[in-house]
Design a binder for this molecule. Structure first.
Ligand SMILES: [Zn+2]
Ligand SMILES: [Zn+2]
Length: 197
């Protein structure tokens, strides 16, 4: 009887470990196993007033609703996270562009931090406190894709702007490539809430 109790306790412990494994490595880190980046927009621990701006290349290529979808998909998940659109570039932290790039990425996130000399520097390690960042959508790769996939790319890139890294371990919109969904999943919401709390 004692053995049975121990076994069921062990089983319970295993089950609860499994169910929390998605959140087990959510400390701000920057090695390749991490699902969240240490780097990010440094407005305290919150990004409750992050502003995005759409370059004229967005509307001229008909990507306005796709990028608006990408931004708004991350709203209403955490009280500490909110993205809203502004019409002036200088009022924004996140800037979106649509163009034809002869490279094999669908979308790209380029964060910049202000270095000790006051110059904007590319944060290749996603480690710094960002000042601004660019989202780029690549017409070469997604120009003829379904609008559902275009939206997935936009959601994914805005996820990067909120310090979410790639995630091949969970059901996640932060997994690269075409997926059967295009909005933040349970694991994405968990990571977002853990990053901004
Ligand atoms: Zn994780
Ligand atoms: Zn990505």
């Amino acid at each position: 009887m004692k053995k049975m109790k121990l076994l069921s306790l062990l089983l319970l412990a295993t089950i609860s470990l499994l169910s929390t494994s998605a959140a087990a490595h959510d400390d701000r880190c920057n090695d390749s196993s991490c699902h969240v980046w240490r780097g990010g927009f440094n407005t305290g621990d919150k990004v409750s007033d992050l502003k995005y701006w759409l370059d004229s290349s967005v509307s001229s290529n008909n990507y306005t609703s796709i990028l608006d979808f990408g931004a708004s998909s991350w709203n209403d998940i955490s009280a500490n996270v909110s993205l809203s659109k502004v019409s002036k570039k200088d009022d924004s932290q996140v800037r979106a562009y649509v163009s034809y790039y002869s490279q094999f990425w669908d979308g790209q996130w380029e964060p910049y931090y202000t270095d000790s000399k006051g110059k904007l520097s590319f944060d290749s390690n996603n480690f710094e406190d960002w000042s601004v960042g660019n989202i780029r959508l690549n017409l070469q790769q997604i120009g003829t894709s379904s609008s559902s996939f275009k939206k997935k790319v936009a959601v994914h890139e805005f996820g990067h702007s909120l310090s979410l890294a790639h995630n091949n371990d969970d059901v996640s919109v932060m997994k690269p490539g075409d997926l059967s969904f295009n909005v933040p999943q349970k694991a994405d919401k968990t990571h977002l809430k853990n990053r901004w709390k």
